[in-house]
Ligand binder design. Structure first.
Ligand code: ZN
Length: 265
C-alpha cells in the first residue's frame, strides 16, 4: 500500500533499480540447438518463416480420442504463440498451411501413442524427407508412460466449445490475454491445473520451441543440448525449462527473438 507521494517516489525508484539490474545482467535461460550450425539445421522452421513466410505442416493422428480437426487448430495456435513475438522480423504474418506434400512441407506432426517404453510427453527431431531436412514433432498420447498422466484435449473441458470458430477463438483468448495455467483452470471450472499440464496443446507449444531451434533449458541437460555460443547463462522459469505452461514466459520470448535476430538477413 502506498500512502503518500514520497512513498510512491520511493517505490518507483526501487522498481527502476530492479529493471536496471535485470536489464544489464544476462537473466535469461534460453539456448539454441547446436544443429542450427549444420546443414540439417536448415530443417528448423525459423528458416521457413524467414525465407518463405510460410510454414506448411502435415498432421498424422494415431489416437481416436483426439479428433484431427481439434489437433489442427491446436497446432496452428501453438505455432502462432511463438510467431507473434517475432512479427518485426517478418515482412508479413507467416502463413500456416496444411501441406502433406513431401517436397514442400516444413513440419511433420504426429499425435498418438509413442513406441512402447517411451517416457516422453513429446519429442522433436530433424528427419530427412526427399533429401531435405524437415522438423518432426511427436506428441505421445499413451497414458501409461513414465509420468503416468492421462493426456487431455483442452476443448473437452468446455462443452460450450462446439464449432471450429469457437475453439479457435478460445485459443486466441488464452494467447492474447497471456493466461496462466491457474487462470485457464479457473475459467474452465477445473479444481486443479493438472489436466491442463497434461494437455496436448502445452506439449505442442514446447515442442515447437525446438522446431524453431530452441533447446531444452533444463539445468540437467543444458550443457549437452545447447550451443555454448548462443545461450544465456542463468536458469529462470521458461516453458522450455518446465512443462505445463500455456503461454511463453519472459525467457522464451527473449529466446525466440534471439533466433530470428541471428538468422534474419
Ligand atoms: Zn524439450
Amino acid at each position: 500500500m502506498i500512502e503518500n507521494s514520497s512513498n510512491k517516489l520511493f517505490f518507483l525508484s526501487i522498481i527502476s533499480f530492479v529493471f536496471f539490474v535485470v536489464g544489464v545482467s544476462p537473466a535469461h535461460a534460453w539456448g539454441q540447438l547446436p544443429e542450427l550450425r549444420t546443414d540439417e539445421g536448415r530443417g528448423h522452421i525459423v528458416f521457413a518463416a524467414l525465407e518463405r513466410g510460410r510454414i506448411g505442416y502435415c498432421l498424422e493422428t494415431g489416437d481416436a480420442s483426439f479428433p484431427p480437426a481439434d489437433i489442427e487448430l491446436q497446432v496452428e495456435a501453438a505455432l502462432k504463440v511463438w510467431l507473434v513475438e517475432v512479427g518485426d522480423f517478418l515482412q508479413a504474418p507467416v502463413l500456416i498451411e496444411k501441406d502433406c506434400n513431401r517436397e514442400s512441407l516444413d513440419l511433420s506432426v504426429f499425435v498418438g501413442p509413442a513406441e512402447p517404453g517411451a517416457t516422453n510427453l513429446g519429442r522433436h527431431s530433424l528427419i530427412e524427407m526427399d533429401g531435405r531436412p524437415v522438423s518432426r514433432v511427436s506428441v505421445n498420447t499413451a497414458p501409461s508412460h513414465g509420468v503416468r498422466v492421462e493426456r487431455t484435449n483442452l476443448f473437452d473441458f468446455d462443452p460450450g466449445l462446439v464449432t471450429a470458430v469457437e475453439k479457435a477463438a478460445f485459443l486466441d483468448h488464452i494467447r492474447d490475454e497471456g493466461l496462466s495455467l491457474n487462470e485457464v483452470a479457473s475459467e474452465l471450472g477445473l479444481a486443479t491445473t493438472l489436466p491442463l499440464t497434461a494437455s496436448i496443446y502445452q506439449t505442442l507449444i514446447h515442442e515447437f520451441g525446438h522446431s524453431f531451434g530452441l533447446c531444452d533449458a533444463k539445468e540437467a541437460t543444458y550443457e549437452q543440448r545447447c550451443d555454448r555460443a548462443f545461450r544465456s547463462r542463468l536458469v529462470p522459469t521458461s516453458l522450455m525449462s518446465i512443462s505445463g505452461a500455456l503461454n511463453l514466459m519472459f525467457d522464451d520470448r527473449d529466446g525466440i527473438r534471439a533466433i530470428f535476430e541471428r538468422f534474419a538477413e
